[in-house]
Design a protein around this ligand. Structure first.
Ligand SMILES: Cc1nnc(-c2cnn(C)c2N)n1CCCn1ccnc1
Length: 119
């Protein structure tokens, strides 16, 4: 039978937030996370704020998670992908930071699909 889409419950949201905590902890301790741990400082990187309209980094995501600013997994994934999209926009693929961004995106895609299959 076609599975009828049921309304999201509070339990679903709690499960999602648990997944966000697990995923973010794994991202923060990944060896290629170093470029993304804190906001890019506009002092030491002139022009960054002109090119990147929506800066995002793992410490900001951690802050939002702690302050319950993510309603669900989707809004969390949007911010994580923003980190990688900003990195691709500002860095050559064949650069240390560019490669780190690609590695982190691949790792994230793999982990959240694995974790979602665990439902
Ligand atoms: C993230 C990110 N994307 N671009 C940069 C960056 C910083 N400086 N330059 C020349 C870039 N292309 N970043 C932040 C990397 C943060 N970082 C740099 C050294 N240690 C941490």
């Amino acid at each position: 039978p076609v599975f009828v889409k049921r309304a999201k419950t509070a339990r679903d949201n709690n499960r999602d937030l648990g997944l966000c905590r697990v995923l973010l902890a794994e991202l923060e301790r990944h060896q290629d996370a170093w470029p993304f741990l804190t906001p890019v400082s506009q002092k030491s990187v002139p022009g960054y704020r002109k090119v990147i309209k929506k800066p995002m980094d793992f410490s900001t995501i951690r802050e939002k998670l702690v302050n319950s600013q993510y309603q669900n997994l989707e809004t969390f994934i949007i911010d994580v992908n923003l980190v990688y999209d900003n990195c691709e926009k500002f860095n050559e693929d064949n650069s240390e930071i560019g490669r780190a961004g690609h590695n982190m995106r691949k790792f994230f895609e793999k982990r959240w699909t694995e974790l979602l299959k665990q439902t």
